[in-house]
Design a protein around this ligand. Structure first.
Ligand code: CUA
Length: 305
């Protein structure tokens, strides 16, 4: 999984990384110049008469204190404005649209035009600009996929938007970049960039309810409903809770608990029964299940492809 902001994998992130390198190189050059001049001044033991000394001071103050910073700051200003202007603006073109709502501490993800709802994971068509509409359910969060774009805050009272694009297929890790409570550090997500046709297939699969439960998975489905999981979680065709991540296609996701664990049966078993131990403060309570019920529940959840 690619994470580094200085290893950009899309045009928006590249623009930001280029600007960062420009500022680093320019800042280093100014710093180096300052160090060289400082050492020269410290080593020089010349003495001047008052008039020459004053002229020298004036020259250095005007040259080094006004002209040089003027040139440097103007340069930084121009390059920064150019970088901002080269970024795609939200709301301008026909793009794939994703609505993302930040919750303590997970991400609700909706593709409104395809009637798809998922959580903590989103697919994008590679090489295409995708528009995100962002909102927070509780406190301020911040959406950041370092390899793909800059940060944008999710606010409780105002929709914000941004454009991201991945130029290579792959899975990219995203994080919440604004402190939002106890489990801020465990509020991550995955962006998966795939080819256009693969993206369409994914959307179609996600729009369908999971295949019906039979035998042991039907037993697990009953455990899910009896334990009250469906009051908060939606599983299409089974329950319609809206206070927690949609689980309709849980088994197809790469991670659990908003990027906290890889999605394996062992992690799922721990997470479902003892969430307070692994992510203290989440709204889900620990549950006590007899071993047979737990295994049936895990089998059922694992069947939600
Ligand atoms: Cu959400 Cu930090």
């Amino acid at each position: 999984m690619r994470i580094a902001s200085l290893d950009p994998q899309g045009p928006v992130a590249s623009g930001i990384a280029d600007l960062w390198w420009f500022l680093l190189i320019l800042g280093s050059a100014v710093f180096l110049l300052f160090v060289v001049l400082l050492f020269r001044a410290l080593r020089k033991k010349e003495s001047f008469d008052a008039e020459t000394g004053q002229a020298l001071v004036r020259r250095w103050v005007i040259g080094g204190g006004v002209i040089l910073p003027g040139i440097v700051i103007t340069g930084v200003f121009i390059v920064t404005i150019a970088a901002i202007r080269s970024m795609p603006t939200p709301g301008e073109e026909d793009r794939t649209l994703i609505e993302i709502t930040g919750h303590q501490w997970w991400w609700d993800v909706v593709y409104p035009l395809a009637s798809v709802r998922t959580a903590n994971e989103m697919y994008l068509p590679v090489g295409e600009e995708v528009e995100l509409r962002l909102l927070a359910d509780d406190v301020v969060h911040s959406f950041w996929v370092p390899a793909l774009a800059g940060k944008t805050d999710l606010l409780p009272d105002k929709i914000t938007s941004m454009v991201i694009e991945a130029s290579e297929e792959g899975a990219y890790r995203g994080v919440c970049a604004e402190f939002c409570g106890l489990q801020h550090a465990n509020m991550a997500f995955t962006v998966v960039a795939v080819s256009g046709p693969e993206f369409e297939t994914w959307l179609e699969l996600q729009a369908e309810p999971p295949t019906g439960a039979t035998g042991e998975t039907a037993q697990g489905r009953k455990v899910f409903l009896d334990a009250g999981c469906g009051e908060c979680h939606t599983i299409a065709g089974t329950s319609d809770g809206i206070n927690a991540p949609d689980l309709s296609h849980l088994a197809s996701r790469l991670t659990l608990a908003a990027g906290t664990f890889p999605n394996t049966p062992d992690h799922l078993r721990n997470w479902v029964t003892r969430p307070q131990e692994f992510k203290e403060g989440v709204e889900m309570d620990n549950i006590d299940l007899d071993p047979a019920s737990l295994e049936a529940l895990i089998l059922y959840l694992e069947s939600l492809e």
